[in-house]
Design a protein around this ligand. Structure first.
Ligand code: PMP
Length: 352
């Protein structure tokens, strides 16, 4: 391999996704999937698509899907960009909107894909420490920047930032793009989508992987001012990126339209989360307040990696992060069904 390529390849730190084990009968609480299946209307739409249209190419503009997303949020299709999962949407965001003279800002504890994209696209970045209580303080972002990005709720902490704080950030930061990654917003936070008509520098990304149970289909989207959306389309067209395929598009439209199922499922997950938090606290765990479909918990006297390993021996998978050091005593646990959460609690009782 030439010196140049070996430098490029070795300089990159690839993203490490959560494990997707092939063994059956595991209780999988490590990658924040929804424990419930998607709406039955999604399955119906997939069957219809399989029967009718797979010989045809997909719509390169995903017009029907953009329309369904716009309708759900009370926006126009010109304010919507769609991609194959929000990771792909974020890739376009990093390429189109965040490369400036000043560094991109994001929290020191956050979604670990952000520094990976910065490495890949050669974007300068600076991390901003969370507070002692693992919160984002928007005043810490009042420095020259080429953009700001963070998830709300943040990952892997689950902590929610109030909409009033996001508004304060937007009022103070008008010269660069502010991206709020709302992968987990439907489990308790207040969405910043309601602010996109008022703030042209705001872009909000969503995924259908979590609250709509479609992680396997790969659909995500961004909403914002038509000029930001247009910039994303220009990057997409330059790459000749794949459009959303017919299956994903049909399923995603049905999922966006079935508002009743969406409401019922997210309420169910939130109710299970509250029970799980109580049970963990009763075992002596400190649990950060969570507005997501996962919790972030540590035990004052037990090592988190040791607990993670002991759970794995009992066929339960949760996520442990070795870095940064401040979070290596936490476990991130996806909210499963009530039965899965009860099995987790029983295993922890056994281990402790
Ligand atoms: N943002 C955050 C904060 C996430 O945790 C995830 C899921 N790992 C994503 C975006 C990407 O989700 P997807 O690509 O499945 O839409």
């Amino acid at each position: 391999m030439s010196k140049y390529w070996s430098q490029v390849v070795h300089g990159l730190t690839p993203y490490t996704p959560g494990e997707q084990p092939k063994i059956a009968n595991l209780i999988k609480l490590n990658t924040n999937e929804n424990p419930y299946g998607p709406s039955p209307k999604v399955l119906e739409a997939l069957r219809g698509e399989a029967a009718d249209s797979l010989r045809l190419y997909p719509d390169p503009n995903s017009d029907r899907l953009k329309q369904a997303i716009a309708e759900f949020h009370g926006l126009t299709p010109a304010q919507v960009f769609v991609g194959n999962g929000s990771d792909e949407v974020l890739a376009h965001v990093f390429l189109a909107l965040l490369k400036h003279d000043a560094p991109l800002l994001f929290p020191d504890i956050t979604y670990s894909f952000y520094p990976v994209y910065c490495g890949l696209y050669d974007i300068d970045y600076q991390t901003v420490p969370l507070t002692q209580t693992f919160e984002i303080n928007v005043d810490d972002y009042r420095v020259a920047n080429g953009g700001i990005i963070f998830p709300n709720p943040n990952a892997p902490t689950g902590r929610v930032l109030a909409l009033s704080e996001i508004r304060r950030l937007l009022d103070a930061n008008t010269e660069s793009v502010v991206v709020i990654d709302e992968a987990y917003i439907d489990f308790g936070g207040e969405s910043a989508v309601t602010l996109v008509n008022a703030y042209p520098q705001l872009l909000v990304t969503h995924t259908l992987s979590k609250s709509r149970s479609l992680a396997g289909l790969r659909v995500g989207y961004a909403v914002g001012h038509p000029e930001l959306i247009d910039a994303l389309h220009r990057v997409k067209d330059s790459f000749n990126s794949y459009p959303i395929d017919r299956f994903a598009s049909a399923g995603a439209v049905a999922a966006m339209e079935d508002v009743d199922y969406f409401e019922a499922t997210r309420q169910r997950v939130m109710a299970s989360r509250e029970k799980l938090v109580e049970a963990m606290q009763a075992l002596g765990f400190e649990v950060l307040p969570s507005g997501a479909n996962f919790i972030f918990a540590r035990h004052p006297h037990r090592d988190a990696l040791g607990l993670t390993t002991a759970l794995r021996e009992r066929s339960i998978i949760v996520r442990h992060f070795k870095k940064p050091a401040r979070i290596d005593q936490f476990m991130r646990i996806t909210v499963g069904t009530d039965e899965e959460c009860e099995a987790l609690i029983a295993a922890l009782k056994d281990i402790l």
